[in-house]
Ligand binder design. Structure first.
Ligand SMILES: C[S@@+](CC[C@H](N)C(=O)[O-])C[C@H]1O[C@@H](n2cnc3c(N)ncnc32)[C@H](O)[C@@H]1O
Length: 255
């Protein structure tokens, strides 16, 4: 089963890091914070978070050995990385910040998930989360539609990626129900000007399509990718450059 590929993910590093810095700007720095970065990936941005907040301790959590192998280079006193699935992870002490950038769309049932994360926080704790909300773009619709077509449907056992990200207003009411007195929830559109429409394939290969890659044989995944490329071109054309409009939810909450 292929793991996340750090090199493929980092091909659009600059574009992908912009929402991280927008999320960082929402956090209220406090002295000596204990932070948790869920789905820390290569750890580079975890280190930026740790430094920006001059945190006492930051733990990056990820379930990908390949990503964590890269993250190890950023470890130092006060900044450590741990292999765990977010679904089973519990921080050893109540964190002052639960942070997660471009990860929680991989986990289901956000009502329960956010209740669990909120339950971890220290009394003055903050929650800061960014997730893609682009499931209605052709890049995502085509991937989904193709998964329902043979021979992929049979090979995937009928699996098609479920999209768990709620509407922004649903997070606002959820955070209120979870007892957060202060919050900021917004939908932001990031315009990524890519070299060509075909570059969208390279973009989603590093994220969304990893879900199909790990479930298909290498031969079938190669065929899936070939058909994806053709169907995407039919849907969005072959403009050069291509303006890839990408919606994301950014949320922050404190009690
Ligand atoms: C799109 S990357 C984001 C990495 C990093 N937060 C960043 O902003 O660059 C998603 C990361 O989430 C991790 N991930 C996905 N599902 C996870 C889970 N259930 N538990 C732990 N990590 C998970 C992946 O291994 C990957 O490193």
């Amino acid at each position: 089963m292929p793991d996340w590929d750090p090199a493929q993910y980092e091909r659009f590093k600059d574009e992908r890091s912009r929402p991280f810095f927008d999320l960082l700007a929402l956090i209220e720095p406090r002295a000596l914070m204990h932070c948790v970065d869920l789905g820390c990936g290569t750890g580079e941005l975890t280190a930026r978070l740790h430094e920006h907040l001059a945190a006492a301790a930051t733990t990056g959590v990820d379930n990908s050995p390949a990503m964590l192998a890269r993250a190890a280079a950023h470890a130092r006193p006060g900044l450590n990385f741990e292999q765990a699935d977010i679904a089973n992870f519990t921080p050893p002490r109540p964190p002052d910040l639960v942070f997660s950038n471009a990860v929680l769309h991989w986990l289901g049932d956000h009502e329960s998930l956010f209740a669990r994360l909120a339950g971890w926080l220290s009394p003055a704790g903050q929650l800061a989360v960014q997730m893609p909300a682009n499931n209605d773009h052709a890049s995502h619709l085509v991937a989904h539609e193709l998964a329902g077509r043979e021979p992929f449907r049979a090979a995937l056992g009928g699996y098609a990626r479920h999209w768990p990200v709620l509407a922004p207003e649903q997070y606002a009411t959820l955070l209120h129900r979870l007892g957060f007195a202060r919050q900021s929830v917004r939908l932001q559109v990031y315009l990524h000007v890519l070299e060509s429409a075909d570059a969208v394939v390279e973009w989603v290969k590093g994220t969304l399509l990893t879900d199909y890659e790990k479930r298909l044989s290498p031969e079938l995944y190669a065929e899936y990718l070939r058909q994806y490329r053709a169907a995407l071109r039919a849907a969005i054309g072959d403009a050069r450059p291509y303006a890839y409009a990408f919606k994301r939810v950014l949320l922050w909450a404190a009690r």
